[in-house]
Design a binder for this molecule. Structure first.
Ligand code: PNS
Length: 161
C-alpha cells in the first residue's frame, strides 16, 4: 500500500491545500494530512479548530485521514509506515525553504522521499497568511477557503483583534 503524509500548519486550511490533498488522494492509496508544529510560527487558530476544518473539508475523500502530531515529521512517518512526504509548491519563492526541509528530513531518515506537487495555477497566490490578512481587513474570503469556514474565520479573527 502506498501511504503518503501531507504535513503543514493548516492555519487555516485553504483551497490551495485542498487542491493538493485531492491530487495526492488520487496518486496514493492512503494520505494522512497531519497538523504539525512549525516552531517559527504561532498559530492563530486552535488545533481543534484546524482539525475540524480539515475534517469537514475532506469528508468526501475516502482515503484521506486528518491527524496531528507534536514531534518530528520523520517520527510521524515512521508511526504511519510511510516514507513519502507530500508538499505543495506554488512558486519559486517556496523552493528554498522546502528544499532545506526536504534535505533535513532526508538526513534524519535517508529512506524518506519528499515529493512536490504543483498547485493548480488558480491557487498560486493563495496562502494561510494571505487568508488571515484578507480576513483582518474584513475583505471577502470567497474562493479562498471552503464556504462553510468563511463566517467562522471572520468571527474568530474579529474577536482576536
Ligand atoms: O505549513 P507549514 O507551516 O509550512 O508546515 C511546516 C511543517 C509543520 C510541516 C514543518 O515545520 C514540520 O515538519 N514540523 C515538524 C518538526 C520537523 O520535523 N521539522 C523539520 C525537520 S527539522
Amino acid at each position: 500500500m502506498r501511504i503518503a503524509v501531507y504535513p503543514g500548519s493548516f492555519d487555516p486550511v485553504t483551497k490551495g491545500h485542498l487542491d493538493i490533498i485531492k491530487r495526492a488522494s488520487r496518486t496514493f492509496d492512503k494520505v494522512y494530512v497531519a497538523i504539525l508544529t512549525n516552531s517559527s510560527k504561532t498559530p492563530m487558530f486552535s488545533l481543534e479548530k484546524r482539525l475540524e476544518w480539515l475534517r469537514r473539508s475532506t469528508q468526501d475523500i475516502e482515503n484521506v485521514e486528518i491527524d496531528s502530531f507534536s514531534g518530528l515529521l520523520v517520527n510521524y512517518l515512521n508511526e504511519k509506515d510511510s516514507n513519502i512526504i507530500i508538499k505543495g509548491l506554488r512558486a519559486v519563492s517556496d523552493f528554498e525553504y522546502e528544499f532545506q526541509m526536504a534535505l533535513m528530513n532526508r538526513k534524519l531518515n535517508p529512506n524518506v522521499e519528499t515529493l512536490f506537487m504543483m498547485t493548480s495555477g488558480k491557487y498560486s497566490y493563495l496562502s494561510s497568511s494571505i487568508v488571515k490578512e484578507v480576513a483582518r481587513h474584513k475583505a471577502s474570503l470567497d474562493g479562498l477557503v471552503p464556504d462553510f469556514m468563511i463566517e467562522e474565520i471572520t468571527e474568530l479573527i474579529e474577536k482576536k483583534s
